[in-house]
Design a protein around this ligand. Structure first.
Ligand SMILES: *[C@@H]1O[C@H](CO)[C@@H](O)[C@H](O)[C@H]1NC(C)=O
Ligand SMILES: *[C@@H]1O[C@H](CO)[C@@H](O)[C@H](O)[C@H]1NC(C)=O
Length: 179
């Protein structure tokens, strides 16, 4: 009888632990956000900056001087678990940017991130991307991070090409932590 009661108790403790675990949301702090855009593609005073009280938000605002089409994007994510070691590639991907903005498959981790990026933006949903002001306000990737992502320092590089010409370089340094 006592043994049964004990195993119930153990099960309850396990459940509490699991619930806590799945609710242990990840925090993401950005320390550096750098963008370089070719002068023929955007006004020199374009903005890429980190915002929010916890430095978890990203803002981008630019005046596009040239129409963009046939967009190719290369993204590389590197991680390291302590500041004393060098970053190692965790994952990289090249994709068709025009296809991604038109028919992003919903319900995946990638689409959650994409939705977080375009939520407060005027990003066009198809190519070609016309000249003019484009903004992305308060991009918060944090909410799209799955809880199983480990605490780590992050280094993200993204290169954007239009008709095979590099038009934008982005680099981001940040850290994923426990709540
Ligand atoms: C982008 O970064 C690469 C190196 O990572 C550099 O060679 C290139 O000049 C940069 N391009 C722009 C447009 O800043
Ligand atoms: C973005 O976040 C800042 C600080 O959290 C807030 O003051 C501002 O209203 C937000 N802007 C938008 C467009 O959501």
């Amino acid at each position: 009888m006592f043994g049964l009661w004990l195993s119930y108790l153990r099960m309850i403790l396990l459940l509490i632990h699991l619930i806590n675990y799945t609710e242990a949301k990840r925090r993401l702090r950005w320390d550096c956000f750098d963008c370089q855009m070719g002068p023929q593609f955007a006004d020199p005073e374009f903005k890429c900056n980190v915002g929010g009280s916890r430095s978890s938000l990203l803002n981008v605002e630019l005046n596009l001087l040239k129409e963009l089409d046939a967009i190719k994007v290369y993204v590389k994510i590197s991680t390291r678990f302590k500041p004393t070691i060098t970053y190692r590639k965790f994952f990289d991907i090249t994709f068709n940017g025009c296809r991604a903005i038109t028919d992003m498959v919903q319900g995946t981790m990638v689409s959650n991130m994409f939705n977080a990026i375009v939520k407060s933006s005027n990003q066009p949903r198809k190519c070609p991307i016309k000249k003019g002001v484009i903004y992305y306000h308060n991009i918060s990737i944090e909410d799209a991070l799955p809880t199983f992502v480990p605490s780590t320092q992050l280094f993200v590089q993204a290169d954007f090409y239009s008709r095979r010409k590099l038009y934008l370089n982005v680099s981001l340094v940040g850290e994923i932590t426990d709540k």
